[in-house]
Design a protein. Structure first.
Length: 94
């Protein structure tokens, strides 16, 4: 996939409330699935935690990150850090 296609996708989603809801739904589903798999893996390491504990920890860590840090983690795909806008946001349901 080219960067141009990815940017066009991001722009299309940022302009549509419906697409943003679908995008966020996919992110939430993916995050929950990842949390469940990591919780299961944690049992085999002798450091068990629940999916909910993992999600809470990630949410707390995210709140502590600056906008610029979040932008760098996201790879800068969805906008410039100084633009003052966040075209797509997701929230993890707790």
């Amino acid at each position: 996939m080219s960067q141009e296609k990815l940017q066009a996708f991001a722009e299309a989603v940022s302009k549509s409330e419906e697409l943003q809801q679908q995008y966020n739904s996919i992110l939430v589903e993916s995050t929950k699935l990842t949390a469940e798999k990591l919780a299961k893996l944690s049992e085999s390491t002798g450091t068990p935690f629940t999916a909910e504990e993992y999600l809470n920890s990630v949410a707390e860590s995210s709140e502590e990150m600056s906008t610029e840090q979040l932008h760098s983690v996201a790879g800068g795909v969805f906008g410039e850090p100084n633009a003052g806008k966040r075209p797509m946001q997701s929230k993890v349901c707790r």
